[in-house]
Design a protein around this ligand. Structure first.
Ligand SMILES: Nc1nc2c(ncn2[C@@H]2O[C@H](COP(=O)(O)OP(=O)(O)OP(=O)(O)O)[C@@H](O)[C@H]2O)c(=O)[nH]1
Ligand SMILES: [Mg+2]
Length: 465
């Protein structure tokens, strides 16, 4: 529980804007001595009764408290706790963005009673003072690090508690069920079967958790892009196609089958959708050891991909390896790419693989003919995947959340399976198992968490946030 953490009462300071030259730079101070410190180092231009009114921009001079000389002029905003970012007294000082000025100003603040903040310490204090829960704290760093507009929107909605509220609603239902079970232990005789109301509430919890796990994919898409694997037997032109999609000679392509040994991925954008395209090692039987590892990685990519491009060479007769490559992708959403259309077509054509609903494109990766149509088809497929329900959720669990919801979901699944056999394990055991799941969920919001986990989370932050 958060109360168990030691909340240090010292005052921290750091540069909150990026280091280097800029128009302005902002130094932030938080803690009980913030206002006494600013009082020593900043002289407001207009001398009034209340030198530092709350939440007002105050223009003045940053001075050296010893000699009184002016370092720079700037603006100070004081935000008194508990209604500040950290929940403590916070001061933000904007000065000209010279690294020399900002360094000198920060040193002056540090010699007058503050300590340099560690990574993410302002946000960590916000969490410890219950200004943010852990989901929101993580959203802060994701918002700062977001590289696309949709990643910004996703992190923003998490910061606005969308995900927290979903997790809290599951926690609420689970807590109610546990409370009922506890009452059973105290007052009632054990029943033969679990009451159907509790069963349906548990099923409801399970559905909500499944949705949350699916939303992780939408979070992943937003931060990384849709995963597309280029797959096929050796020499069909996968690397040449990969290079054509990237618009650069990224991979070595040669007439020797087995050229690509490893899976290599790069991100491309097609009309605003980002795709992580992966060139893979060709699939064939009896590979030598390095190739074998490459093939293992190819199969792994197929499993993790949102879309697979199955490449076949129209100039060579179809054979069992093509079928094998095709069958390896049978559970994946796939598009067929018939390559080498610049060469005369072979007698045994790939058409048998075309299913009625298959998307097929004909290209010559070497000459570039058909690549634009392939890009259009990728965009269409990508848009369709993104607008399908599992991706349309607005906010996503991160890896930590996936692990915790996954653990809770497995516990509840096991309970539901036991119940479905008509067996009642008894209120006491049920309550114990459900409490385990509840603890997993509480760790997501940070209502139950240990300090080592917190350290790991805030390591991702920069100093000054
Ligand atoms: N004529 C023609 N040749 C092509 C085309 N695409 C690829 N090639 C040639 O086919 C050979 C194999 O190409 P790669 O791109 O290395 O094939 P790959 O599928 O990556 O092969 P592995 O990495 O061995 O699995 C090379 O000599 C390419 O130049 C094409 O569209 N037309
Ligand atoms: Mg290759």
């Amino acid at each position: 529980m958060t109360e168990l953490f030691t909340i240090t009462a010292d005052t921290i300071a750091a540069l909150s804007t990026a280091p280097g030259y800029s128009g302005i730079g902002v130094i932030r101070i938080s803690g009980p001595d913030s206002i006494p410190i600013i009082d020593q180092v900043f002289k407001p231009a207009s001398a009034g009764g209340n030198k530092f009114p709350d939440r007002k921009a105050i223009y003045g001079r940053f001075v050296s408290p010893q000699g009184g000389s002016t370092l720079d002029d700037g603006v100070v905003i004081v935000m008194r706790g508990p209604n500040s970012y950290t929940g403590e007294d916070v001061v933000e000082i904007s000065l000209h963005g010279s690294p020399v000025i900002l360094d000198q100003a920060l040193n002056t603040i540090l010699t007058n009673g503050a300590r340099l903040a560690t990574r993410g310490e302002f946000t960590r204090r916000a969490f410890l003072n219950s200004r943010l829960d852990l989901v929101q704290a993580e959203a802060v760093i994701d918002l700062i690090m977001a590289s696309t507009l949709s990643a910004v929107e996703e992190a923003r909605s998490r910061l606005d508690r969308k995900l927290s509220n979903e997790v809290l609603s599951i926690i609420g239902t689970l807590t109610d069920i546990i409370a009922e079970l506890e009452a059973d232990i105290e007052f009632a005789e054990d029943m033969e079967t679990v009451p159907s109301l509790q069963q349906s509430s548990l099923m409801d919890v399970q559905t909500k958790m499944r949705r949350l796990l699916q939303s992780a994919d939408s979070g992943r898409y937003r931060s990384e892009g849709l995963r597309v694997a280029i797959v096929g037997k050796p020499n069909v032109g996968k690397s040449t196609l990969f290079n054509a999609l990237l618009g650069e000679e990224r991979m070595i392509a040669t007439p020797h089958p087995g050229t690509t040994r490893d899976a290599v991925s790069e991100t491309i954008f097609i009309k605003g959708i980002s795709f992580v395209i992966c060139d893979t090692a060709g699939l064939r039987e009896n590979p030598e050891p390095v190739e074998k590892e490459g093939i293992r990685r190819t199969l792994n990519w197929i499993e993790r991909s949102d879309l697979v491009l199955v490449v076949m060479d129209v100039s060579a007769p179809m054979d069992d390896y093509d079928r094998w490559a095709f069958d390896s992708c049978k559970d994946a959403k796939k598009m067929l790419v018939f390559n080498k259309t610049d060469l005369p077509a072979a007698s045994i054509r790939p058409d048998p693989y075309v299913e009625p609903d298959s998307t097929v494109t004909y290209v010559s990766a070497k000459t570039g003919v058909g690549i634009d149509s392939l890009m259009d088809a990728l965009f269409e497929q990508g848009s369709a995947i993104l607008s399908s329900s599992e991706y349309s959720l607005e906010c996503g669990l991160n890896q930590r959340g996936v692990a915790l919801v996954g653990a809770a979901s497995r516990k509840i699944k096991a309970i539901l399976e036991t119940i479905s056999t008509g067996h009642n394990p008894g209120s006491e055991i049920l309550s114990l198992e459900l409490t385990g799941a509840l603890r997993d969920l509480l760790e997501i919001t940070g209502d139950s968490i240990d300090e080592a986990v917190l350290d790991r989370i805030f390591e991702r932050f920069c100093v000054g946030k």
